[in-house]
Design a protein around this ligand. Structure first.
Ligand SMILES: Nc1nc2c(ncn2[C@@H]2O[C@H](COP(=O)(O)OP(=O)(O)OP(=O)(O)O)[C@@H](O)[C@H]2O)c(=O)[nH]1
Length: 525
């Protein structure tokens, strides 16, 4: 078979590293340069935070729709009247948006010890009375904390060991031999026992105060799973608390099974999954004592079985130049933000990305996408507020072909309030894209807001019918008690779930992993 016929598929998501084409390989790997700079984290107030000044997109194209492609456009333009052009987006709008996204000071991580902390610690040490020589006391946890902090590559207690005379109080009693464990910890550089008496844990030498403050502990970046668990904490804690109280000192019988089923349905997991869990639990432990942990373990296993078939990477067929991703979903579900996060991943992997502002209904949506284009080094194409979204999509596609972009991502409006209009608009977008390539759009991605709970199920139903959704991204899984809805959607619609969002920052989007999600929701490690 001729090689030219083999479709080159870029599998985007969990397996992106494995499948990136060779030319991109050099750019693949962590997105750190980009992400590092642009890392945005939610503030306490929950407002988005941007770490860097907004940059201009790689290239910005404002399309004059009336001039371009008159011939092709006449057919489909006739379908919908062009809305009257509304005024353009003012500088103020852009500034307002940027101001909203200005970084707030990041709260200090509890485990971080910076220079001031080290000084405060030293002051505190100074106020601590010297230990009474004749009254050795057992170590308390507090004393443990007050001991010298380990330095990078250093050994706690180094200074104490080097200045034994200052540290060792004169004692009328015979010093007891050091505890073997403490010797192992405090005897630096393999010095012989006895030559440098080490202070036991909980004591500090005065010399400690003179040494340079300990270097700040390296920032502990939470792993993705830790962030996911933290994000789903409300969902999981609510579930596990209810399960534990249900199964306190109770044997598993029909009543408890029924109560459990109701509880799981109330937690948005859906009837099908609830029945799976109770079925599996009953098969394993009917008539026997059951603990909350038993239920959580079985629940995690059953949820994973439901999720595994839908946890798929977003496949990009790079034979298409560009691969067109149409992003649909109800207003506020996170379309624009998700597009920005996806663009960051793709451009970080060396792909040429273009973003098209097809949500021509809201000025802020256009500006927001332009800002994301700037942040991610993507090209941007937009038009006037109120202009025909299908026209913009068509022009964007042509431009992306000319520019040999790898991926074109098109934002859309999601006004469910006027379903007929929305349907007509999305259908028209799909139709005009198909004029340039019958397979386009190659991916139709729907964003779902986890916090909307059961409503999300209906949204999938609607957009599936309107736009032929081929995969999902669930956003706002951070801090919601309704994360279970993803399980119900997976069970009902069986659509691939490519990514999940757990925050507003650029790196708060990760490939969806069934096992991680199931464990996080069941509150198990
Ligand atoms: N906490 C949290 N917020 C998110 C997440 N994704 C998006 N958001 C926020 O949700 C809000 C709406 O996101 P947008 O990206 O504007 O949503 P949209 O669907 O494009 O909305 P429209 O432009 O109105 O159609 C913004 O404040 C985002 O910062 C997420 O995963 N977690």
């Amino acid at each position: 078979m001729a090689l030219g016929f083999i479709k080159k598929v870029f599998s985007f998501g969990k397996k992106d590293d494995e499948t990136a084409k060779p030319s991109e390989a050099a750019h693949s790997g962590p997105l750190s340069p980009l992400e590092g700079e642009m890392s945005a984290k939610p503030t306490e107030g929950g407002s988005p935070v941007v770490d860097v000044p907004v940059e201009a997109p790689a290239e910005v194209h404002d399309v004059d729709l009336s001039k371009e492609e008159a011939v092709e456009r006449t057919e489909w333009d006739a379908d919908l009247p062009d809305p009257a052009p509304a005024p353009g987006i003012s500088e103020e709008t852009a500034e307002e948006f940027a101001a909203e996204h200005t970084p707030a000071p990041e709260p200090a991580h509890v485990t971080d010890i910076d220079h001031e902390d080290a000084e405060a610690l030293a002051d505190w040490d100074a106020g601590v009375p010297e230990p009474e020589p004749e009254a050795p006391t057992p170590l308390s946890p507090l004393e443990g904390e007050m001991s010298a902090q380990p330095t990078e590559g250093g050994v706690p207690g180094d200074a104490a060991a080097e200045k034994p005379a200052e540290a060792a109080p004169e004692s009328p009693v015979e010093p007891s031999p050091p505890h073997p464990t403490l010797r192992a910890t405090f005897s630096p550089r393999g010095e012989e026992a006895g030559s440098t008496p080490a202070l036991p844990k909980g004591f500090a030498s005065a010399a400690d105060r003179k040494v340079e403050p300990a270097a700040p502990a390296p920032q502990v970046k939470q792993s993705w799973f830790q962030r996911l668990k933290a994000g789903l904490f409300r969902t999981s804690s609510q579930l596990t608390q209810q399960i534990s109280s249900l199964f306190t000192k109770r044997k598993l019988d029909d009543d408890t099974l029924e109560e459990l089923e109701e509880l799981l349905i109330r937690a948005d997991l859906g009837v099908e999954t609830a029945m799976r869990v109770t079925g599996a639990l009953s098969a394993e432990r009917y008539g026997r004592d059951v603990t909350g942990e038993d239920v959580s373990r079985i629940m995690a296993g059953e949820i994973e079985k439901v999720l595994a078939p839908v946890a798929k990477p977003l496949e990009l067929d790079l034979n298409h130049k560009p691969h067109v991703i149409l992003v649909v979903g109800v207003n506020g579900t996170g379309k624009t933000t998700t597009i920005g996060k996806l663009a960051a991943k793709l451009s970080g992997a060396g792909l040429k990305v273009m973003l098209a502002a097809g949500d021509t209904f809201r000025a802020a949506a256009i500006e927001q996408l332009k800002i994301w284009a700037g942040r991610t080094g993507s090209e941007f194409i937009g038009t006037q507020l109120g202009a025909d979204a299908a026209g913009l999509a068509y022009d964007a596609y042509k431009k992306a072909i000319e520019k040999r972009s790898d991926v074109l991502i098109i934002d859309t409006a999601g006004r469910l309030q006027n379903k007929a209009e929305l349907m007509a608009e999305l259908e028209k977008i799909v139709r005009v894209l198909g004029k340039l390539d019958p397979d386009a759009p190659h991916t139709v991605l729907q964003t779902l807001d986890a916090t909307t709970g059961q409503n999300a199920l209906q949204q999938v139903e609607i957009f599936r019918n309107i736009a032929g959704v081929s995969g999902l991204v669930m956003t706002k899984l951070d801090g919601t008690a309704r994360g279970g809805i993803l399980v119900a959607i997976a069970a009902k619609h069986k659509l691939p779930v490519y990514f999940i969002g757990v925050g507003e920052g650029i790196d708060d989007l990760e490939p969806f992993e069934a096992k991680d999600f199931a464990s996080a929701i069941a509150g198990i490690a």
